[in-house]
Design a protein around this ligand. Structure first.
Ligand code: CP
Length: 318
């Protein structure tokens, strides 16, 4: 595997989840695979879970790890070609990327949507430059439009906790004070659509996601209707995808916060969120701390999803 960005990159999802559960039982079984191989993790944005789980997954496979925080200690990077570089940016990404490729075997990239230009975000301008110019396999650690390591971990978590063969999974928008990217819900929709679960997306009008990810899912603007009979409630905020409001907040309606009353509409559903979460905006303390909350197991499975992805990449280098 040379690029990991979408569910199709991983092959058969059922078989891959099986592989993940096997890896989880013995995470040091492939310790030799990464010997003398170096992972470079490049962060244009902050992280807690991705940083730690990716590093841990690489170490489980015997890899060396280098972490570069682009905004802390590296030269400020220009990303646009043709710009006269007479400002504060000392280096161009077009030199920096191949240089990074000289020092590693695999590159993980975190680069969020900038909300300056929808086309640039949805063309994955930064991530694709790494694919094109690094000469190394590249995987997404949350890019402008996708967060596949999170979605893969979420599917593993649902498989581990489902109590019926075909659970009802609800992705619901919830309020947040800041404009957030669509990457997590995009990938969640893409990956859940690749399962046979009953999938419903609930969001206020104007918050519909890109159909390339949601295609096939039921979409409703009535959260209560969506929650009825749900087995898993995945709450997340995102900003508008649709023009003319791309990247903007058009609602902070606290009636969409996930409360115990909302969870009572479900079939004793598990609560899920990728974290970090704004308590009592997205979800109440009571629900996130409740016994049906899966936020910690989800985060733990980030190590496993990443380990499967790195294993696939290392196998393709061998
Ligand atoms: N869920 C997730 O990706 O967390 P971080 O942003 O902390 O990495």
């Amino acid at each position: 595997m040379k690029v990991f960005q979408h569910v199709n990159d991983i092959g058969d999802l059922k078989a891959t989840v099986k592989e993940a559960l096997k890896v989880k039982q013995n995470r040091f079984a492939h310790k030799d695979l990464g010997e003398n191989k170096t992972l470079l993790m490049v962060f244009f944005n902050s992280s807690l879970r991705t940083r730690l789980s990716t590093q841990k997954a690489a170490m489980n496979l015997g890899m060396n790890v280098i972490v570069l925080d682009v905004n802390q200690g590296a030269w400020k990077l220009e990303t646009e070609r043709g710009v006269i570089m007479d400002g504060d940016k000392s280096e161009h990404l077009l030199e920096a990327i191949p240089v990074m490729g000289c020092y590693c075997d695999v590159i993980g990239v975190r680069s969020f949507a900038r909300f300056e230009n929808k086309q640039d975000d949805y063309e994955e301008r930064i991530f694709n430059q790494f694919v094109k110019y690094s000469g190394r396999p590249v995987f997404a650690m949350e890019t402008a439009t996708v967060h596949p390591l999170q979605a893969f971990a979420d599917v593993i978590t649902i498989e581990e906790h489902k109590e019926v063969e075909r659970p009802k999974v609800v992705l619901t928008w919830a309020p947040h004070p800041k404009a957030l990217p669509q990457a997590v819900p995009n990938s969640f929709a893409e990956w859940i659509n690749a399962t046979d679960y009953d999938f419903v997306i609930a969001c206020p009008e104007g918050y519909e996601l890109d159909e390339q990810f949601t295609h096939g899912a039921k979409i409703t603007h009535d959260q209560d209707e969506a929650l009825r009979g749900a087995d898993f409630v995945y709450a997340k905020n995102w900003s508008c995808f649709r023009d003319p409001n791309y990247g903007k907040i058009i609602s902070k309606d606290m009636n969409w916060t996930i409360t115990a009353e909302k969870m009572a509409l479900t079939r004793n559903a598990h609560f899920m969120h990728c974290l970090p979460v704004r308590r009592n905006m997205i979800v109440t303390d009571e629900v996130i701390e409740g016994e049906r909350s899966l936020v910690i197991p989800e985060a733990a499975n980030r190590e496993i999803s990443c380990q499967v992805v790195l294993k696939r990449i290392l196998e393709s280098l061998a």
